[in-house]
Design a protein around this ligand. Sequence first.
Ligand code: DON
Length: 588
Amino acid sequence: MLKNRPVPLLLIITCLLGWLHPLPAQQRQITRYLSEVPVRARHGMVVSIQHDASDAGLRILRGGGNAIDAAVATGFALAVVHPAAGNLGGGGFMLLRLAKSGQAHFIDFREEAPSAATANMFLDASSNVIPGASTVGIRAVGVPGSVAGLVYAERHFGRLTLAEVMRPAILLARDGYKLSKEEANDLHSEKLARFADSRRIFQRNGDYYRSGELFPQPELAHTLEAIAADPDSFYRGAIARQLAAYIEHAGGLIGEQDLAEYRVRDRAPLVGSYRGYTIITAPPPSSGGVALLETLNMLQGVDLRKLGDRTPEEMHWIIEAFRRAYMDRSDYAGDTDFVSFPLQQMLSPAYDRAFAASIDPARATPSTLLRRPPGFLPAPPPATAAVAESHNTTHFSVVDAEGNAVSVTYTLNASFGSGVTAGGLGFLLNDEMDDFTSKIGAPNMFGLIQGPNNAIAPHKRPVSSMTPTIVLGKGGKSARVWLVLGSPGGSTIPTTVTNDLISMVDGGLNIQQAVDAPRFHHQYLPDQLRLEPEFPSSSIAALKAMNYRVVVSESSWGDSECIAVDPRTGWLEAGQDHRHDYGKAAGY
Ligand code: DON
């Protein structure tokens, strides 16, 4: 097994190289992780936020499974060992690329609104947003898609059986997994304490689990066994009946019919290019891929490499591109199965170049003064402004020996979702309804403005920011996979993926350095530049002098768990995010 900490000898060599080729002082300060070297493996790699889940995937790879088998195993295992975000009761996206055919699939298992949902369901009689209604409790829950998505992926692209790939998750639920200090602390969530089943299962009715203790989940083990034996029972059988009865009793809107009607969508991903690399990424109902590609298109003409990774001068160009891409997101994004918006025009290099021409090379453009270049996009439906942040979603990446690559981001939305555990079934339910527009112009939990295109409607999927992405090496669409990227972090997801990518393409960082390097984020509104805590005061001062309203976060953002394939040797290199202490890059 490979370790997930730097090898001392390599560390020394890297430091020596740094000494021989010193970086500019400012850059040296910012990239405090420059000495980190990635975990490397020859045949296969699984990187996730939780070591047992990564090991589950690795076991499947070693046992003859392909990257899809391993990803499904990791996904089910995370539902056990990472309850804040891993899930059966949420939804997400799996982007996969098959090495042999070069085909890519975007498996959309996003939650959808139940048939009884209405556009104003989170407003009171005076049309004000009811605080917490879309984020906590049973009415915040969208029809879950994770089980359908993982089962679909296994059936269509896996090599092993569902029972085989679910086995590690079942054992982890039955026998328990050992909690680290951070994991045990996370279970102290006040939201979980508000719901009897959540308090019983995750908090042992107040006798909290401690660091080093095993945390078994017998009800969840039973549910997983039932899914492994008959996956359709989740949507059209015994589990569906039990889930719908529980939700109805708790006052929620999801009925048996909603579960029976849930379908996975196997979509064509968006494809773009940046400096000769092919970028395969998330289409609607995610807004993430559009934001990523628009940002990259706007930066094509800027020599970022010359400016240096994370220098204020480089950051300025990227931030201004973020601002413009997020303006488009706020005004247009929606589920394209329900609304149409000018996606192709937004991605056209001519439009993005014209929009980028409004970037002042020396100063921030206030968001209120931002205007699109005329003649490209139709006027958007009217909208207004917003604020905030929150955490939990999880991303994991897998590459196998044949070069198949899988990038999965899935979520309960907020940490522990709605807080509601589905009674005897033992799993948490999402609060994904908050990703819809509760009210035009009112911020959701990520401070995102939600336009009319993202209004709630039966069976519609809320706009997401999740951005699972695969980057091919130079040589067009038939080139080999170079990067597997993605992250949690709500509205910061597309900017985190962009940070990771630019750090590698232009900044010269390796994958480990790229995922650990501090991130910066702008989402148009609120008009503020958010920074992770590590930026030095000199950078902050320089950015303020360019007229940015800088907000330094107290804590780090979501962990981005990524893989790079060395184009020369084919070796796999893991970017295992060190923002949390229980993740792992598991390779062989
Ligand atoms: O789909 C989305 O964009 C959100 N539901 C993701 C939520 C998230 O990333 C939470 N934080 N880490």
